[in-house]
Design a protein around this ligand. Structure first.
Ligand code: NDP
Length: 442
């Protein structure tokens, strides 16, 4: 059943999320990344909406060609090139892997080859930039708004297709969720793991590629643009490229682990993931680099080092917390966390068919500090990207504001689910680890 608050949020996002993306990108294109000046211009009558719209670059054949080639190439890498990285990279888990058990009891198999796709794409990018010169490395920046229209077309097309598929030819009908509310179903998705054929998994493909593979290329394109415009790349741009590059590489290095996260294990595939991965992620997660093209900030050495350290500590906490839970669950608690046997609470839950299962919730390591310390680390890293941009404008700080809302909401959503899953055992756990994100505060 969809409550009025969820429905209102869904309608708000469906109506305003595309506008928010447009507003941010347009502000950079026409107002040097000032979020206030477009509003002031409109409110004072200095400009009309039509003036702003008329100055906005439209869809071009060139952008459509680039985007089609990009998506086709990523589909080809995903579908046609079985992973070979796991054969020579020690510690890397790739190749065919199993996901978690779905509510209907299905265990999907995935071809984990995202790291390989990322490496090949970036090798080709550098080969072109330094050797072949088929296209300029600023190509993404130079076509940024026309590409945004293409990303929107794909985002809406895939979400609409997923909705139709959910009704008429679902991959697994027992894993479909119908609330009866059209808007909610469109946004949050009907099918759990829509697939075409045996291997093309919508969630894994759209979550990881084309958006996340593109993330680091987009940043490189911004760095190239700085070089073209100012004859140098600032240390803030390097910081953003390095810190976000680590985050992206981490994602692909741990793609098999990612199969066990909320996105894959609990979310259905609708507009939220389909459009979000095509448009929201590549356009708003890369705002810092875009901002630095218009405002090339050169940080003092102490500030740059401070931001780098904050980014590294955030990343360390994020990775170690996720790693601790993964290790704990994978070994069924037969492991060491910070040199000791992990502490935990035994819990049980009932599946839909009435079968009783047992599980464990860890209460030591970072999981003893707070119930979602992985989110805290993620937020520290996010803050570091924003700080690299200085304090002249608020636009680059959108990311930390957004991530705080996203992860706090996600934390509450997850805890709601865990409470209904584990009941009184979850209450024992929250009594043992009373804080969510920051010990002593929240
Ligand atoms: P988690 O990896 O924290 O997974 C939560 C689940 O873990 C719970 O539903 C529960 O599942 C299990 N769990 C909870 N507490 C414990 C415990 N004490 N011991 C063992 N298991 C526990 O959440 P996410 O999947 O949301 O996040 C994964 C990572 O991805 C995070 O680091 C997050 O920061 C990042 N992320 C980044 C985003 C971005 O846009 N940059 C977006 C979303 C996430 P069960 O039912 O199995 O018990």
């Amino acid at each position: 059943e969809v409550d009025w608050f969820s429905l209102a949020s869904v309608l708000f996002l469906l109506m305003f999320a595309p506008l928010i993306v447009y507003y941010f990108i347009m502000s950079c294109d026409q107002y040097q990344c000032s979020l206030m000046n477009p509003l002031i211009d409109l409110l004072t009558g200095n400009k009309h909406l039509s003036d702003i719209w008329n100055k906005t670059p439209m869809l071009t054949y060139r952008a459509a060609g680039i985007y089609t080639l990009w998506v086709t190439f990523q589909v080809a890498l995903y579908m046609c090139l079985p992973d070979f990285c796991h054969k020579f990279l020690p510690g890397y888990v790739g190749g065919v892997q199993e996901g978690a058990v779905t509510p209907a009891g299905v265990v999907n198999k995935y071809e984990i080859n995202g790291l390989q796709a990322w490496i090949i794409t970036h090798m080709l990018w550098f080969a072109n930039a330094y050797y072949f010169h088929y296209f300029s490395p600023t190509i993404i920046f130079d076509n940024w708004i026309p590409l945004m229209w293409c990303a929107n077309i794909l985002g809406y097309a895939v979400s609409t297709f997923a909705m139709i598929k959910g009704y008429f030819f679902p991959t697994n009908p027992k894993d479909c969720k119908f609330t009866g509310n059209f808007f909610y179903d469109y946004m949050m998705g009907i099918e759990f793991n829509p697939r075409i054929g045996k291997w093309f998994d919508f969630k894994l493909f759209f979550n990881g590629r084309p958006g996340i593979v593109a993330w680091t290329l987009i940043n490189l394109s911004y760095a190239a643009k700085q070089q073209e415009l100012y004859g140098q790349v600032t240390n803030s741009m390097i910081l953003v490229n390095v810190l976000q590059g680590i985050y992206v590489l981490d994602f692909f290095w741990n793609e098999a682990w990612y199969l066990k996260t909320i996105d894959i294990c609990h979310d259905h595939f609708g507009w939220y993931l389909g459009w979000g991965d095509c448009v929201w992620l590549p356009y708003l997660y890369t705002l810092q680099g875009l901002y630095l093209v218009y405002h090339p900030v050169q940080l003092g050495t102490a500030n740059a080092i401070g931001i780098l350290i904050l980014g590294f500590i955030g990343y360390y906490i994020f990775r170690m917390t996720n790693h601790q839970k993964d290790l704990f669950r994978r070994t069924n608690s037969n492991c060491k966390i910070w040199g000791k046997k992990p502490e935990y609470i035994e819990c049980s839950y009932m599946s839909v068919d009435g079968t009783k299962y047992y599980s464990k919730l860890m209460t030591s390591g970072f999981w003893g500090w707070a119930r979602h310390f992985n989110y805290t680390g993620d937020l520290m890293g996010s803050l570091a990207y924003c700080l690299a941009c200085g304090f002249e404008h608020i636009l680059p700080y959108f990311y930390i504001v957004y991530m705080t809302i996203l992860l706090t909401h996600r934390c509450i959503r997850d805890e709601h689910r865990c409470l209904s899953k584990y009941g009184k055992d979850w209450k024992r756990y929250t009594a043992a680890v009373p804080y969510r994100l920051l010990p002593g505060v929240f």
